[in-house]
Design a protein around this ligand. Structure first.
Ligand code: SSN
Length: 464
């Protein structure tokens, strides 16, 4: 895939870039390693000062970088600005909390004595240059949620971003440079995916984090495994959204629309499978379908657009194939199910779609729908709702709507997912761990769990 900005709203190629050659890659790796040697010794206070400065710069750039993101991958511009604002806020959170999250830990006195020591402490030391392989769907946020904790921990970052968001990738490198981070703390590598293996095998790269598809995760994790390097993987999701009779069904239906179509439906934690108790199925289906059908599909640069185009022609083709397969196998189309009218051949739009009467043979039952397409299931009772929710190879997050405490306990106990959101929709936050189980990956981003993933957790033992 060429490294280029291609506007998904009209298919126009706006910018193309040459991939870095071997010498440039070598120079960047050497810079990362050199910088790490000194940067690792800087204080939390100094790193926090730089991170705050980067957050201020990003806040000032919200409009400009928002338009760049929209032009590169098609998200509605108001959502792009909100993404930039969330990044700045999260950068400040890490600036303010990293010292506490990574403070030395003191084991219990009885254990220290039992080990024969006079004193023991556990220190979180940085690992070194970390390679981040990142996707286009949240082109700023996916990177910042790696970079902010990693840089605050004293690591340095090398970014291989998705090939369709090169301007955003270069913006990020420039942002950290303008903030005053030493040259080499955060570098963008404009490379194709074929160049990743050699970089990952380079001894100067200590670890890798990847957010993206299952095949990409498998490829990076197998090379890293071969090199005995730590990885964190955040892969796909097909999150369930369960609605039980005691829920506020109107609110659940309204929230379901946003939960499904945020980011044009291209979010790993978007709710994708809507599992509704039979007693409230009709009311939910009616409200949800009406909400989906009423969304304004259009140019993502327009302020009032709710749903823009998919990021690529291939992405739309993949989604269409899933819908067509479901319909051929008996699914009912409650709304959408086709390209929206009025765009002709221009842009990679797809109408917000609700499919019902889903059966296990349909591809949509097992695969991730990366676009504004929802599947609707009827559950006879709590047991069936839990079984349906877990009947997926993925386990990223989950959403449940109920006011019944015993049902909440059951969902929290039994749902196979990295998060359970009760009476609300999943949204990532700097302070809460983020990641999945099953084929959604492993390890955690964000919070103390995320910042510690790329640390050398060092036991310091003093004899009596
Ligand atoms: O695509 C997955 C990440 C979405 C988010 O963190 O909001």
């Amino acid at each position: 895939m060429p490294i280029a900005t291609v506007n998904p709203a009209n298919g126009e190629t706006l910018m193309t870039y040459d991939a870095l050659g071997a010498e440039e890659i070598e120079r960047k790796l050497a810079t990362a390693e050199d910088t790490f040697r000194t940067y690792r010794t800087t204080s939390f206070a100094e790193r926090a000062r730089l991170m705050h400065r980067a957050a201020d710069l990003l806040d000032a750039d919200q409009d400009a970088i928002g338009r760049v993101m929209t032009t590169e991958m098609g998200k509605p511009v108001k959502q792009a600005r909100a993404e930039a604002a969330k990044c700045a806020k999260s950068m400040r959170w890490y600036a303010d909390h990293a010292a506490g999250l990574l403070a030395d830990e003191l084991p219990a006195d009885s254990d220290v004595k039992d080990s024969g020591a006079s004193r023991v402490l556990v220190r979180y030391r940085p690992l070194g240059p970390v390679l981040a392989v990142m996707p286009w769907n949240f082109p700023l946020w996916q990177v910042i949620r790696f970079a902010a904790p990693a840089l605050m921990a004293g690591n340095v970052g090398l970014l291989k971003h998705a090939s369709n968001v090169p301007q955003t990738a270069l913006y990020l490198e420039d942002l950290f440079r303008r903030a005053g981070f030493p040259e080499g703390c955060f570098q963008t590598l404009l490379i194709g995916s074929g160049a990743v293996e050699d970089i990952l095998r380079d001894p100067r790269v200590r670890a890798a984090t990847l957010t993206g598809s299952e095949p990409a995760g498998r490829a990076v994790a197998s090379v890293a495994g071969d090199e005995i390097k730590k990885t964190v993987l955040e892969l796909g999701g097909s999150d369930p959204y369960v609605v039980m009779p005691s829920a506020d069904v109107d609110r659940a239906a309204r929230t379901a629309v946003t939960a499904r179509v945020q980011n044009n439906g291209q979010s790993c934690i978007a709710a994708k499978r809507f599992i509704v108790h039979t007693d409230v199925f009709d009311a939910f289906a009616e409200g949800f379908t009406a909400g989906m059908a009423a969304l304004k599909v259009g140019d993502p640069l327009d302020e009032d657009t709710d749903v823009g185009p998919l990021s690529s022609e291939q992405g739309r083709r993949d989604l269409e194939e899933l819908v067509d397969d479901a319909v051929e196998n008996g699914a009912s189309v409650l709304c959408g199910g086709e390209r929206p009218e009025g765009f002709g051949e221009r842009g990679w739009y797809y109408a917000p779609t609700v499919l019902a009467d889903i059966t296990p043979e349909m591809r949509v039952h097992q695969e991730e729908t990366f676009g504004p397409v929802a599947t609707l299931y009827r559950a006879a009772d709590l047991d069936e709702a839990v079984t349906l929710a877990n009947d997926s190879p993925f386990g990223l997050s989950s959403n449940v709507w109920t006011r019944d405490e015993s049902e909440i306990d059951r969902f929290v106990r039994d749902l196979e997912a990295g998060a359970v959101y009760v009476n609300g929709m999943t949204a990532s936050h700097a302070a809460f761990p983020f990641g999945g189980v099953k084929r959604s990956g492993y390890g955690r981003e964000l919070a103390e769990h995320g910042i510690r993933e790329f640390c050398n957790i060092t036991t310091v033992w003093h004899g009596a």
